[in-house]
Design a protein around this ligand. Sequence first.
Ligand code: HT7
Ligand code: ZN
Length: 867
Amino acid sequence: AREIRLADYQAPDYLIDTIDLTFNLDPIATRVSATMHVRRNGSHSRPLILNGESLKLISIDYDGEKLSEHKFALTDRLLTLPDVREDFVLTIVTEINPAANTALEGLYQSAGNFCTQCEPEGFRRITYFVDRPDILARYSVAIIADELDYPVLLANGNPVSLESAGEGRQIARWVDPHPKPSYLFALVAGKLTALKDTFITQSGRKIDLAIYVEPHNADRCAHAMDSLKKSMRWDEETYGREYDLDVFNIVAVDDFNMGAMENKGLNIFNSRYILAKPDTATDADYAGIESVVAHEYFHNWSGNRVTCRDWFQLSLKEGFTVFRDQEFSADMGSRAVNRIQDVNMLRQIQFAEDAGPQAHPVQPKSYREINNFYTSTVYNKGAEVVRMQRNLLGWETFRRGTDLYFDRFDGQAVTIEDFLQCMSEASGKDLSQFRRWYDVAGTPKLRVSDARLPGQYILKIQQEISGSEPYMMPLDVALFTAEGDPIALDGTGVLVQTLTVCEMHQSWSFSVDVPPNIRIIPSLNRGFTAPVEIHYPYDQEALAILSHADSDPFNRWDAMQKLWLLTLLERIKSGQNGPSESEPPLPEGLSHAFGQILLESDQDPMFVAECISLPSEKYLADQFDENIPFEAIHRERNLLRRQLAEVWESTLLLVYEKNQPADHYRYEPRAVGQRQVRRLVLSYLTTLDRPAWLQLAVTQFDRADNMTESFNALFALSVRPTDVFERLMARFEERWRHDPLIMDKWFALQAQRTDGDALERVRQLMGHPAFSLKNPNRVHALIGSYARGNLMDFHAPDGHGYQWLADRIIEIDGFNPQLAARLATAFNIWKRLDPARAILMKEALVRMNERPACSPDLSEITGKSLG
Ligand code: HT7
Ligand code: ZN
């Protein structure tokens, strides 16, 4: 595929003001008639070029007359009308085959129902159109379908009518008054039931809300509905944004490439982000639903009312909306724990992406396949970049900036530059240096050192970045004594300062009233105000103090993480060539910090759970630029866990017992924290060779009335191969085998087990009745969990994991290129492997890349990976 470049952006040659669509639905031959008012944009004589893919053209009418074949040119991707008037009406009839649409873009079928996915370029698989986000049109839609098979007919906007169309068919009409880009178009038709509710907006309008699901899932929508109403209220209270249609509909479908889609007034969701009740969904599922429902709802303003000029502006809507949904979740639960989880994710996924072959700026400068740019960089780093603006400006000024942005650009397709301009106007600040965050790939590093002078503490910061232009960022800092007391800065009562870091080398001097013999420990980048790596020579003692005494919970957690890393990396490095003869002693500082934190489980169990979570194997692997020692990472991580469990066994048991949640399941922060700390504690205890702790897990499984507690028991037992684990897995399967969404948890656990048989098991499970290669959730659960969550087996020295994954990706690429491309990012790591593994992984990459039939999606990923 040709490279598309931001620098080549040109305003559209033609604008489309209205489009009336009529769908005559049929699984294999759906007729789509599209009538558009087209108008030339500016003065030129260029042709009208419409996008279209996998369409059968039936007819074209031009101002009411059939257009003869010599008046247009048709290729497999474009329809060109060389000679058109200043403005005119075009009616195009196409035929499409939704049942054959396995790529899940455009109009397709899921569980026999019809649904659409148009972002980013799916609308061109429905009809010929100028399929780019800066074409904003008013849509009206008529859907004609068999009334028994498809009783529910939905589209964007407000409903107008539902009538009989004769011969057992019905016709539904919908009108969306808000001009929108084609990527926000949506249609759903099927046998669905709805959970209905209402919402009264701040100005007193009544909105009808509905969540449509397959009838057997009717009792699993309450949490999503609750999340929707909370989101609607939050956006009014926090950003002053009110909903703008009479109805808001959500539909859950099983076959979906991503999490969900913010189509105007008709959000379509992957069912995993809607369906939940206590016995089928875990706390993590509940949290995911709350945040994705909010995310899609918030797009109604950040994305829909104000949209993107082109796909290079993707982070304008995604980064901003992730920031909004993260702040919403923080307000609904524990702000500190949410921040810890968001940063943990950013470090594990986005930092790795930014350091690998797919690295790109938050605003990419070119792409071949835009689907490959729905990345953690665009979403999560993009959110951090918006958060930094909030931190630099302060909330009130930032809010004035967002008001200006929404007011000024309502109904328009705009750029990241426009957003920054609003922030700049609202604050009077020059943000031109800040723009670098959008333009340059890679995680900046700050090298921090300090010095003491009488009554002074000096902090020096050096930006270690590629290129010579420094970044601008807010950096919150505080100082603590070795006793853990906060130090007042500059003779005031102020304990925390936000530094604006904006030069390559910068230093700050604080006057402090601390005797020279008392050590000062800096707490840097508190709350992770800047998405950077900080290099400061912390030792065990300093980290142990911060992990206990820092007043910023994020930095307490971070100090714990750094403590784990210090010990683990040292052990991994010295154990790279095999385990040492005798076990290394458990470092006193680490053990003490662990024990101290355990004692806090009464106050904030969720925070304790985060603090006692070891860094993942993946994160440990990311610390190595070459020759990643997978075996040593796995072994040393498990050993440290067992050593801690041995020392703190009785305290762990106490924490487990004290955090028994109330008798019935409720999704509320304290109970979630209690279940989470029990999960962690149980997985420490089960590393010990004691039947009593295995029994503890079995009892938890047996007594649980909710999925969180029963699955956590399974998870804890999965650490070691035992008969009892096998028995419980069999019981779980027996109970849930008819519910694929729940079986995903079981598939993932099966794929992640490190008993030496993982690949063989995964191979066999592909034949399980609940598995389907066509369903992205199943593929991520089984194949994705194997490739990303079982580093030991996937990276087996004989390369069996690489060969097998490449074969599956090739197979999947034949029917769902987006899915294949996502899976292929598991190969990004190859240059950091030891030479023997690197050769094997490279061979697998070359094999995928060199197939003539390789999709543009996949070949962009494999091509960049091979570099
Ligand atoms: N804006 C939505 C993106 C999306 C998507 C992109 C590519 C292929 C399929 C997709 N489904 C949804 C999701 C969001 O960020 O809200
Ligand atoms: Zn989004």
